[in-house]
Structure formats: structure tokens, C-alpha cells
Design a protein around this ligand. Sequence first.
Ligand code: URA
Length: 233
Amino acid sequence: MKLLKHIANLGYGSRKQVAWLFREGRITDAAGEVLYADDTPTHDEIRVDSEPLDPAPGILVMLHKPLDVTCSKKDRGRVVFDLLPPRFRLRDPVLSTVGRLDRDTSGLLLLTDDGLLLHRIISPKSKLPKVYLATLAQDLRGDEVANFANGGLMLESEKTPLLPAELEVLGPREARLTLHEGRYHQVRRMFAAVGNHVDALHRERIGGLDLGDLVEGQWRMLGEAEREGLFGS
Ligand code: URA
């Protein structure tokens, strides 16, 4: 790919704007030598205003999503993209959330611009475990573990029953739920189906990945090993 298009696709501006960056000598190599649009440096050699370029396409980002932030690109309120560098919103291929978390759910959210990877993570075939911590409005009745595990639970307006899910009771109103699929508002709807209500919901883990020491609102780029670790649990 041509250098100008490569840089523009990373969100540094329109092609016209990036052409200006070249003209102003702001695009250089690591040694500070000015680059021209027909040069062919490797990605890692390129600097814009002396800073290394943002990562090349094929990124996987882990974000600790806070409450009151939505997973959409555009929303009247705060969106997850507001927590990332502004250029990330302008990348081509686009950076998308891997599934969604509700506005009132916190926790581990992945974003990627790699369509195949996204598909692999969300595909029901992958059965990647997603682990949620739920705080409930009412005491658990006692039949929920069996109910969620039997693979027969039907949610309202769904045509197929849910896959078996594991519920670990942590307290009268506290439970950890592991799902192997991702239906719309699934956790909240599952607890509604057993006569309860989720007061607070937090996603702790997807596959082999957890949030580690990422605090709310923080994000980091995941490397190759972590990407594979996702499927290795
Ligand atoms: N299930 C829900 O109900 N909400 C989420 O955000 C994720 C899973």
C-alpha cells in the first residue's frame, strides 16, 4: 500500500491532510530523515512529528469499560471510543467492539479491526467462555444453578434454548455466571427468566483473558501471545 494511504488509513487525516504532513516534512524515518510519499519504509521506521506510528492494522484492544458509557460509535452520551485515542475512531479498517456490553455493565471489552478475529471470538462455534459477576435484587431461589446448566432455558422471543451456562453462587444476591454464547442482554434476561433482577453486572473474563490490573476507563493493546491465550482457556 502507498505510504500516504497507509498513514491516512491509520486516522492521521484525509489523504489531503496527510499530503500536507509530507510537504511540511513532519513525516520522517527513525533517524529524522524526511520521507516522501513515494518512499517505501517499513511501518516501524515511520515517524510522524518524531513519534512512532500507531499500530498497523490487525490490532486487538482490551478496555476496562466503566458504567454509563455505551458501545456505539455515536451516541449523545459518552461512548467507549471517547476513552481511546481520537485517531482510533478514524482508522480504516474500522475498529469495532467485539460484541457489546450494556451501558450499565462494566468490565472487559475487546475491540479489533480484524474481521476474522472478531468473527472467531463471537462465533457460537468458538464457545468462548464469558464470565460475569452479577449482583441481584433478590435472594437466589436455589434452582438457578440447575436451571442455567440444563441447556433448556428459553428466553422470551427466542427460538432456540440457551446453551448450558455455569452459575457459581457467591452469596444470597451475588453470583458468577459463565456463558458460552452471547445473546442480547443475555445475563439480565436469564435472571429475569428465574424471577430475579440484575442490579449490577461486570464482565470479568473472556476466554483466557482477564482485566489484570487495568482500572476502569483504561485500555491496552494486546500482543500475539494474549491473542492466542484468549482461545487457550
Ligand atoms: N448480558 C447482559 O445482560 N448485559 C451485558 O452487558 C452483557 C451480557
